[in-house]
Design a protein around this ligand. Structure first.
Ligand SMILES: [Zn+2]
Length: 275
């Protein structure tokens, strides 16, 4: 009898609580929380869908980190730095680069113009891009640029430069990497050489420029300080009238950016398939 009464009392109390809570919820139904949590769920679903689509599209290229270094800067810094970790030999931190013989374009500006187009191109292909500089008014030495690539965990360090020569007929693109005997990072030779081949091929295919050579040099600070696969692409000659005229145009710079990106794509594609 007593238990039954207690049961009824508890039931009434629960009913009252439900009623009060129900009324309370109705009075605060302007609270946006249920709507926002619904949005959140929808957002999460969308994000999930995007992730699924993008990783299906290109599962191997998605997460690669590329560091782009637009060579030189507005003002040279001729103070010296060691050409490699622990080296006694020293070279200027960053020199002035070349100047267009016919248009007076500065190499540092041209390098930056191409590098920014390459950044956009690579990001549109899903890469994570780290830039050593995005303006000309900086002072970053060649070793510091390589260290930026190392610290960013870059999987490729791509340096953009333009060439010059006393012989005006010389034209075309080259790439540069270390030799297998490089005392600082010779172990990176094979990957750097392949990156150099891929990028040079990409540029020649995209622009139709003359294919010159892949140079192996152990005297360049920006190469020697790099602990990641690296290449310098010399996009063409600012001392050849016809080539310089092309290099200063937006269209040709875009072709160069596409060609370099194609080369980087090829490099990573071969890498991940174990070739
Ligand atoms: Zn240069």
């Amino acid at each position: 009898m007593k238990n039954k009464r207690i049961c009824i009392l508890i039931s009434i109390m629960i009913a009252l609580i439900i009623l009060v809570v129900g009324l309370w919820n109705r009075t605060i139904s302007v609270n946006p929380e249920p709507v926002s949590s619904q949005n959140f769920e929808v957002e999460q679903e969308n994000q999930k869908a995007n992730l699924e689509i993008s990783s299906e599209d290109n599962p191997k290229i998605q997460s690669h980190i590329v560091c782009i270094d637009p060579g030189h800067q507005q003002r040279a810094d001729m103070k010296k730095e060691p050409i490699g970790p622990g080296a006694t030999k020293k070279k200027p931190k960053v020199d002035g680069g070349t100047i267009g013989k016919y248009t007076n374009i500065t190499e540092y500006q041209l390098n930056l113009d191409i590098a920014l187009k390459l950044q956009t191109e690579l990001e549109s292909r899903g890469y994570t891009v780290v830039m050593t500089r995005t303006t000309n008014d900086v002072n970053i030495s060649n070793s510091e640029r390589a260290i930026m690539a190392n610290e960013a965990g870059a999987e490729a360090f791509v340096r953009i430069h333009a060439d010059g020569s006393d012989i005006q007929s010389v034209q075309g693109a080259s790439t540069i990497c270390q030799s297998p005997d490089n005392p600082y990072n010779g172990a990176l030779y094979e990957s750097s050489r392949r990156l150099s081949e891929c990028v040079l091929e990409g540029v020649v295919a995209s622009t139709g420029c003359k294919k010159r050579q892949i140079l192996e040099l152990d005297t360049m600070s920006g190469i020697n300080w790099s602990q990641v696969p690296n290449t310098i692409i010399e996009v063409g000659y600012l001392t050849n009238k016809a080539e310089e005229a092309k290099l200063v145009t937006e269209d040709y710079q875009q072709l160069l950016a596409k060609g370099i990106a194609d080369g980087i794509d090829k490099y990573f594609k071969e890498n991940t398939t174990g070739e």
